[in-house]
Write a protein that binds this ligand. Structure first.
Ligand code: NOJ
Length: 551
């Protein structure tokens, strides 16, 4: 076990691994734990401080493993408990920490607790879930909609009752009102802490508490199970459960605002970091959506400024639920990937690189509906067809902003399946551009996206200013560029990034005396602030450093 150093996560860089699509060591078509072990040298070379491993538990896999059928196990497709123990040990030997996903809001419908619960009120597990009688002659208890589309209620023929699920029908929600459930959760936490993990990512943390079934959700569709009063009582209990181990806890907190996040992180200390969903915002008509750069900026700036004191906000541009960032925020060029990387790693907080982001992996081009593999995309596609939308249009709409894009296999080299697996019948998708976008081709190319990530991560580690420096927004008006600094009493590092594929010219609100700055971005060959007017090329990046003692 690695020493539980105080606040090691502050300003650390994490690498998120979606196990199923990372590396398949036994060529059965699915990524596995041994595959991660094989790639430790790569992860180490990237320079990250820790990995976040997506669910690896036993699961029927209706939702990428977020439908857990046994919390204390390793799914046989992923390997064995010995593999997990070895992975933790070997990561630690390499000075890399590991956090794992904890899915506490729901279980799989195949979990023993749910199977037992279905036996009826006499079962000890009946109250582990939410069961309700039909209403109005057989209908569901209310009209709430689930995150994956359709009702939150599914009828069980045998029990003649409905059960509640915020996500798919294969993921019944746990009843946190029940102390026995909370007791089980505490056991699960202790079990994995014993195994030496360094922290957890808490899935769906804002949804653990539900409103009364009579709640009227017409004003806020998700209000019935998002940050519902009383949730804090559960989070208080969780805090006690992890608190005794000095773990890093990052909460997925969809639907909360920055003031609530501040309260949760700084006052209540429920989480060390929070993943908010505010900055990944789409605009445009269905089928042609893009990420909203202005919102990206305003949201990131607001969260950075308000969370400046904790300095460990969870920063990400991609994860297993988002499309690829260079496809939605940019034009898929390497320069655009580098501009986004600079933003990600320059900001203050604990930042997360998602597998493949570091080589500029792009969205997938769906050509048939059978390529949509996630529950929500499939549901969206069927619901469009049921509204008489023609198939190609439905595919375009359902596939445009789908999380399926981030689930394609990691592109390691230009061999079959991009080097992910040698199998000829892959159950996952590989993007056809693996021939040109892959790890092997970028490792030796000094100007590759991958090597630029390595440069940025190293910079973050080596520059004291990037450990302690507060975020200062240096531009309040531009919708196109990010101009911010990280500052301590000693000095500042300035980041000027054009996030557009056109040249941008603008006047900063104050004058910068360039003679006092050292250029540290590797590809910058000109810095022209003539007459206070700055002109920067498409996706240009300028990183400058100054020492206040020279003033
Ligand atoms: C959030 C996870 O990130 C997502 O992938 C999953 O589908 C839901 N929670 C349900 O667990």
């Amino acid at each position: 076990m690695m020493e539980r150093v105080e606040k090691w996560w502050r300003n650390a860089v994490g690498y998120q691994i979606n196990l199923k699509s990372f590396f398949d060591s036994n060529n059965d078509g699915k990524g596995d734990l041994k595959g991660v072990i094989d790639k430790i040298p790569y992860i180490k070379n990237l320079g990250v401080d820790f990995v976040w491993l997506s669910p690896f538990y036993s699961s029927p896999d209706y939702d990428n493993g977020y439908d857990v059928s046994d919390f204390l196990s390793v799914g046989s497709d992923f390997g064995s408990m010995d593999d997990f123990n070895n992975l933790v040990e070997m990561l630690h030997e390499n000075n890399i920490r590991i956090i794992i996903d904890l899915v506490l809001n729901h279980t799989s419908s195949q979990h023993e607790w749910f199977k037992e619960s279905k036996k009826g009120e006499e079962s000890k597990y009946y109250d582990y879930y939410f069961w309700e009688n039909p209403k109005n002659g057989g209908g569901p208890p209310n009209n709430w909609e689930s995150f994956f589309g359709g009702s939150v209620w599914t009828f069980d023929e045998k029990l003649e009752k409905y059960y509640f699920h915020s996500f798919s029908k294969y993921q019944p929600d746990l009843n946190w009102n029940n102390e026995a459930v909370r007791h089980e959760i505490r056991n699960i936490i202790d079990w994995w802490v014993e195994k030496g993990v360094d922290g957890f990512r808490i899935d769906a943390a804002t949804h653990l508490k539900k409103e009364d079934w009579e709640y009227d959700n017409s004003e806020n569709k998700w209000g019935a199970f998002t940050n519902v009063p009383g949730l804090n009582n559960y989070l208080d209990e969780l805090k006690i459960a992890y608190g005794k181990h000095n773990l890093y806890i990052v909460g997925e907190a969809g639907g909360i605002n920055v003031n609530e996040a501040k309260y949760w992180m700084e006052e209540k200390e429920y989480f060390n970091s929070i993943f908010d969903l505010d900055h990944i915002y789409k605009i445009g008509i269905p089928g042609f959506e893009k990420g909203d750069i202005s919102r990206l900026k305003s949201s990131l700036v607001e969260w950075q400024e308000k969370l400046n004191d904790s300095m460990s906000h969870g920063i990400y541009l991609e994860n297993h639920d988002t499309p690829r960032s260079i496809s939605i925020f940019g034009d898929e060029t390497p320069q655009c990937a580098k501009a986004l990387a600079t933003l990600l790693i320059g900001l203050s907080g604990t930042c997360f690189v998602y597998q493949g982001e570091e080589i500029g992996m792009t969205n997938y081009n769906f050509t048939k509906n059978s390529e949509l593999l996630t529950e929500d995309s499939k549901n969206k596609y069927s619901s469009l067809l049921s509204r008489n939308i023609p198939e190609p249009v439905a595919l375009k709409i359902a596939g445009r902003w789908a999380r399926d894009h981030s689930r394609t296999t990691m592109q390691w080299d230009n061999s079959i399946n991009g080097g992910f697996s040698k199998t000829h019948c892959l159950p996952l998708l590989t993007n056809s551009n693996y021939q040109s976008i892959n790890v092997t081709s970028q490792i030796t190319d000094k100007s590759s996206i991958l090597n630029y990530y390595r440069f940025l991560i190293q910079l973050r580690h080596e520059e004291e200013i990037l450990h302690e420096g507060k975020f200062v927004n240096l531009d309040k008006y531009s919708q196109d560029i990010f101009f911010f600094s990280r500052e301590t009493e000693e000095g500042a590092i300035l980041f000027l990034i054009n996030l557009r594929n056109f040249e941008v010219s603008y006047t900063p609100f104050k004058e910068f005396f360039l003679s006092k700055y050292e250029v540290i971005s590797p590809d910058t060959n000109k810095v022209d602030f003539t007459n206070r007017r700055i002109t920067i090329d498409p996706y240009e990046i300028i990183i400058l450093k100054t020492n206040f003692k020279n003033d």
